[in-house]
Design a protein around this ligand. Structure first.
Ligand code: AP5
Length: 213
């Protein structure tokens, strides 16, 4: 199964992708997490990606496609979280899958209003060590500001500052939202109301996967 999660920043793609991958024994591929690792480790990709990410812009397609080409063929069932993000990336994905006699099974659009997103991103805290994600109100850690998994102090992502969030929303509207029609025309798009609670969104997702994918 090849599942794509599409949606604005902060709509909950990562939260749901981690859970779904664990539950359905799929591999979670998050381009955002891969890029943050590359930046942290100072790799050539990380050095190129850093400035785009800090400005809330997309990293160029050729870098992203090369990164995915390295990992995708080795995997079986996957949840793609944050990829593709442009029509060019979606076409490249089609080509990669076709070479392996595969196709995208389902695309889920996490639909959410800008105000909900700004509130979620301003309250998001992440573990710089293991990548676990929390929210000060909706998904708080057991001990204030410490990761439940590895007890590392939590941080706020640089690109969750309000001006960068607004830029990311604009980039989503201009460059990523055309994928909605791209996948709708292929009859693969399912819309999920991402404004409900984490539990409710997950329940909707599971129902849609068993009935429609
Ligand atoms: P990336 O890391 O992919 O960021 P994003 O898509 O903007 O998504 P986020 O991680 O911000 O949000 P999310 O939807 O995963 O929400 P989450 O579950 O964390 O990309 C970062 C950057 O990398 C990009 O700006 C770009 O520069 C670059 N990049 C990445 N991929 C690229 C690509 N393919 N091409 C080019 N460039 C690329 O939830 C958010 C918060 O809300 C959390 O605190 C969570 O606990 C909480 N929450 C989640 N669900 C709920 C709920 N239902 N109710 C209440 N709270 C909730």
């Amino acid at each position: 199964m090849i599942i794509v999660f599409l949606g604005p920043p902060g709509s909950g793609k990562g939260t749901q992708a981690k859970r779904l991958a664990q539950d359905m024994k799929l591999v979670h591929i998050s381009t955002g997490d891969m890029l943050r690792d590359a930046v942290r480790n100072g790799t050539p990709l990380g050095l190129k990606a850093k400035e785009y990410m800090e400005r809330g812009e997309l990293v160029p397609d050729e870098l992203i496609v090369a990164m995915i080409e390295e990992v995708l063929p080795q995997k079986g069932g996957v949840v793609l979280d944050g990829f593709p993000r442009t029509v060019a990336q979606a076409q490249a994905l089609e080509g990669m899958l076709k070479n392996n006699d595969k196709d995208v099974s389902c695309v889920f659009l996490f639909d959410s209003d800008d105000e909900v997103i700004v509130e979620r991103l301003s309250g998001r805290r992440s573990c710089p060590n293991c990548g676990a994600v929390y929210h000060v109100k909706y998904s708080p850690p057991k001990v204030d500001n410490l990761c439940d998994v590895c007890s590392t102090p939590l941080i706020q992502r640089e690109d969750d500052r309000e001006e960068v969030v607004r830029k990311r929303l604009e980039v989503y509207r201009n460059q990523t939202s055309p994928l909605v029609d791209f996948y709708r025309e292929k009859n693969k798009l399912k819309v999920i109301n991402a404004e409900r609670s984490i539990e409710e969104v997950y329940a909707d997702l599971k129902t849609a996967i068993s009935n429609e994918c």
